[in-house]
Design a protein around this ligand. Sequence first.
Ligand code: AMP
Length: 248
Amino acid sequence: MTKHSTNDRAAWLAGPAAKCSQPPQVPPQAYRLVLLGAPGVGKGTQAQLLVARLGACHLSTGDIFRAAGNLSAGQLSLAMTAALGYMRRGELVPDATVTDLVRERVGCLRCHGGFVLDGYPRTLAQAQSLEEILKSQNLELDAVLDYELPMDEIVARLSGRRTCAKCKAVFHVTGRPPKIAGVCDQCSGHLVQREDDMPQTVKVRMETYQRNTAPLQDYYRKNGLLVSIAASGTPEEIFARTTAALER
Ligand code: AMP
């Protein structure tokens, strides 16, 4: 597998009227993947490594909401304003809102480079909607990568996670430190702690995951798509397991 440049995901983050800055090079095999795993297992980091390796587009629903959070109130629809309230409390945004957002961005699912869905689907209803949307486009998932990690390690990861305010690259104060503390290696942006990584919000997010998203493991196991990956160790070690699993 070679290394590809990544685009700015404008059509995903801002909606289909926006044009991505750099259309994907068409790789020999376009992968269509879903990443599953509790908050803090490192899905975002693995997604970044995967898209650079595969030439796929990183489709994170959480990034859509965070991008909307940077807009002024007048630029937001009522549904998006409500969605940001759910996100700030660490709760799930209603399925209907999320499905509408993904449906609007169906062009991103048809991306020639393939896609890595991160943070979606998060409920059985969303998984069923995704299946319908993909079917309507004659597309199929290749695999659902499920990252597994014990709870105490998850909490340590979340508390040290830092995100670039500008390009959204993810770092960790000990696990994946930037070259200069507080400064993004990729764009020199300011590194911040995500609002929803604060301790109280993290607790709600973990409970929400157990209740709503963990059942998706069974759903995708039954479909024969689930691939479990141990998420312990460094991002590079986890990535080596990920690529080995994909090559299998
Ligand atoms: P994430 O970065 O994926 O952890 O998402 C951050 C927050 O955005 C979540 O805690 C939810 O409030 C919201 N969110 C993101 N994706 C979804 C989704 N697929 N369904 C419902 N809420 C979501």
